[in-house]
Design a protein around this ligand. Sequence first.
Ligand code: SAM
Length: 241
Amino acid sequence: MDENTIEISERGRELQPDAFDSLPPGLLGGREFILDKVAKKEIESFLINLPKNAKILDAGAGAGVEAAIMESRGMKVVPLDLSRKMLAKIKKHAKLMKVEGHIGRRVQADILQLPFTEGTFDAVVCKDVFSMGCWADRVDISSELMRVLKNEGRVLIMAEEAPDTIIFVDGLVRQGKERELLDNLQEGEEIDLIRQIEFTEEYITRVLSSVGFQNINTKTEKKEVKKWLSDRLVSATAQKP
Ligand SMILES: C[S@@+](CC[C@H](N)C(=O)[O-])C[C@H]1O[C@@H](n2cnc3c(N)ncnc32)[C@H](O)[C@@H]1O
């Protein structure tokens, strides 16, 4: 396989993957991602306990900032995303960020149907997918991540929690209390999507343990830039029978 090729799974094709790129700027599509200091520190300490040259899946890799960092630390990273346009940005971003990563294989697929056999990865990193990035059921995502991990493999989930509701009005993001947002809508305004981003430490612990993860560590940090958001940082171990 040519290292510049983006592989696509059947399911990835079915889901019209570039739909994500047409979502409002500033949230998903088109956003130029920057890895903040909290996430960078968290990823670096997660890598310390992994084997040398560990094989890591970056699930929902987006433009691949964290993938580039991990590659530059000697890990073998497979960035996976539903969006081809996001995956296409990865090499450019690695270069721009002056990290010496060498991203080879990139995979366009659905996080709910990962095109890998059981126990393929030593670790999975999944950043900003559980909260705002993807609308799939979180138990379903967790169980698919568990499937592709080796026994005793490690997962790192980073996700944002907002105290408020997110709503897309005529394609732009508004955030606030749901009732007020709805009461203040002007006639003719169109709502695309509405979501409460609830992602407490208790909640994610429940989700992960329901699919068999153990040694679940959680912590919360305020976001560096968007201070109204908290980052939940969660690591756990896949315990397989
Ligand atoms: C908020 S972005 C996070 C990207 C990256 N991890 C980061 O932190 O910069 C969420 C990503 O999840 C991807 N995504 C959404 N649903 C997905 C799915 N079902 N399967 C795979 N990727 C998905 C989107 O295309 C988007 O790139």
